[in-house]
Design a protein around this ligand. Structure first.
Ligand SMILES: Cc1cc2nc3c(=O)[nH]c(=O)nc-3n(C[C@H](O)[C@H](O)[C@H](O)COP(=O)(O)OP(=O)(O)OC[C@H]3O[C@@H](n4cnc5c(N)ncnc54)[C@H](O)[C@@H]3O)c2cc1C
Length: 430
């Protein structure tokens, strides 16, 4: 694995290694992809007594976005709550949003039930206002309370300054029902829990072929082959190249993370909260204190995957804008990871052909939604549950590559420019 999750690897308990698939075998269900979408589906199936499951991962469990993300566990989707409401109406929007809130609770429960040591910090998330105008926060707080039954607490600027020691922000909202953790350790814990219940996990097993075989499917890896009644594709932004329409409907988009040296007493000059934090801009900073006293800092969205040195250079500048008191701090790890985005910014979950299931496009807000998706897919396969159809409005729409990549990058720059303009006009008025 690259430098991607070196920090998470160093602080996670050693995970089991799973053998590559060799030879020929049979299974009820084959899952392709060992990220949260695949792992949650596998565990959801096993928990329902459907244990004849093979999970195939090209590298190691958690190699993709799931093992290298910011570690924020909170409700909601990449698509904002206002758009969800507008698209689906109040009842359906609320049911889907609630699925992600329940997923946060399911993650807490699984950590306890399966004894997953993933350094979880159950201290909520602060959404801090980059701007002085409080209306965006007020509007979101009202919308969440009125339409989703979710209460985010108001944190006035003065109070926020005591917790987050930056001049940068206005007020904030506090989402209590949220936590943060080491995502690679959690991914490994899910794999162990699934394996204990009979799921066969194979790492170093890139799937290179997917063909119909009678009523089922034949799945080929570089060294083996499995015949299965059902297949679930869960490959995120690390496109598998197995199904043209599935790959064509997502854009792989990069975002970046770095981790400082242990801050010791300096942590107190920066943060006096254990909550995770992100700001109200389109391309926001996200950061959190780690249990070993470092600051884990993430941000930026780009169509370019960058080297650790470039990531550090970009994020160091972002950090200095918020916490100038950390100038000169040593950065010990930096990496980039790929998210998968659909044009509609919602996950694509469901049956795309008879017996061929899909869970992808969770964007930058995927930890809880992949848990929700795992439940929807597992109950559809094991119990013929049709709840996944609630998401059928958000199906496979072409991402219009390669122009979609250019469009996405131009769109990001435009929204970033709007944020910068708002920032500049507010500063001029002060
Ligand atoms: C840097 C970063 C920070 C983020 N921060 C947060 C956050 O703080 N909170 C949050 O909620 N979300 C966050 N996200 C988003 C979240 O991590 C993702 O939405 C989620 O992990 C997606 O899970 P997944 O299983 O769909 O994809 P992935 O985790 O990417 O897994 C896909 C897997 O499929 C495998 N694969 C691909 N092709 C094949 C093949 N042919 N054969 C076998 N295996 C294959 C890959 O190796 C990979 O392991 C972040 C994402 C990134 C990149």
């Amino acid at each position: 694995m690259d430098a991607g999750s070196a920090y998470y690897r160093a602080t996670a308990p050693a995970g089991a290694r799973y053998p590559a698939l060799t030879g020929r075998s049979e299974a009820g269900t084959v899952i392709v992809g060992g990220g949260f979408a695949g792992l949650n589906t596998a565990l959801g199936l096993a928990e329902r007594g459907h244990r004849d499951v093979v999970l195939l991962e090209a590298h190691e469990v958690g190699h993709g976005a799931s093992g290298r993300n910011g570690g924020f566990v909170f409700g909601g989707f990449s698509l904002g709550e206002a758009s969800l409401l507008e698209h689906l109406g109040p009842e359906r929007a609320r049911r889907l949003y609630q699925g992600t809130v329940d997923a946060v609770e399911r993650i807490r429960r699984r950590i306890g039930q399966y004894g997953i040591d993933c350094q979880a910090t159950d201290a909520g998330v602060l959404w801090v206002n980059w701007f002085r105008d409080p209306e965006v926060l007020r509007r979101r707080q009202r919308l969440l309370a009125e339409h989703y039954g979710v209460q985010w607490e108001w944190v006035p600027r003065g109070q926020l300054r005591e917790q987050v020691r930056s001049e940068r922000y206005g007020d904030a909202l506090f989402e209590r029902n949220a936590l943060h953790f080491n995502p690679l350790a959690y991914a490994r814990g899910l794999a162990a829990a699934a394996t204990e219940q009979g799921v066969r996990v194979h790492e170093d097993s890139p799937v290179v072929g997917l063909e119909r075989d009678g009523a089922g499917w034949r799945v080929r890896t570089t060294q083996g082959e499995v015949r299965a009644e059902k297949v679930v594709l869960a490959c995120g932004g690390y496109l598998a190249g197995l199904h043209r329409r599935v790959d064509a409907s997502v854009l792989p988009i990069a975002t970046y993370v770095m981790v400082t040296e242990p801050l010791g007493a300096r942590m107190d000059e920066v943060l006096r909260t254990r909550a995770a934090i992100y700001d109200s801009r389109f391309a926001f900073d996200y950061y959190r204190p780690t249990p070993d006293g470092r600051l884990l800092w993430g941000g930026r969205i780009s169509v370019r995957d960058r080297s650790p040195a470039e990531v550090e250079r970009l994020l160091r500048a972002d950090l200095a804008r918020v916490f100038p008191q950390l100038a000169g701090v040593r950065i010990e790890h930096a990496w980039s990871g790929l998210m998968s985005y659909a044009r509609h910014e919602m996950p694509q979950i469901g049956e795309v052909e008879p017996g061929l299931w899909l869970g992808q496009a969770f964007g930058g807000h995927g930890v809880a939604p992949t848990t929700f998706a795992g439940e929807l897919l597992a109950s559809a396969i094991a119990e013929s549950d049709t709840r996944w159809r609630e998401l059928s409005r958000y199906g496979l729409v072409s991402a219009c590559k390669p122009f979609g990549m250019l469009g996405a990058q131009l769109g990001y720059w435009w929204l970033q420019a709007k944020d910068a303009w708002k920032d500049w006009t507010e500063r001029r008025k002060r």
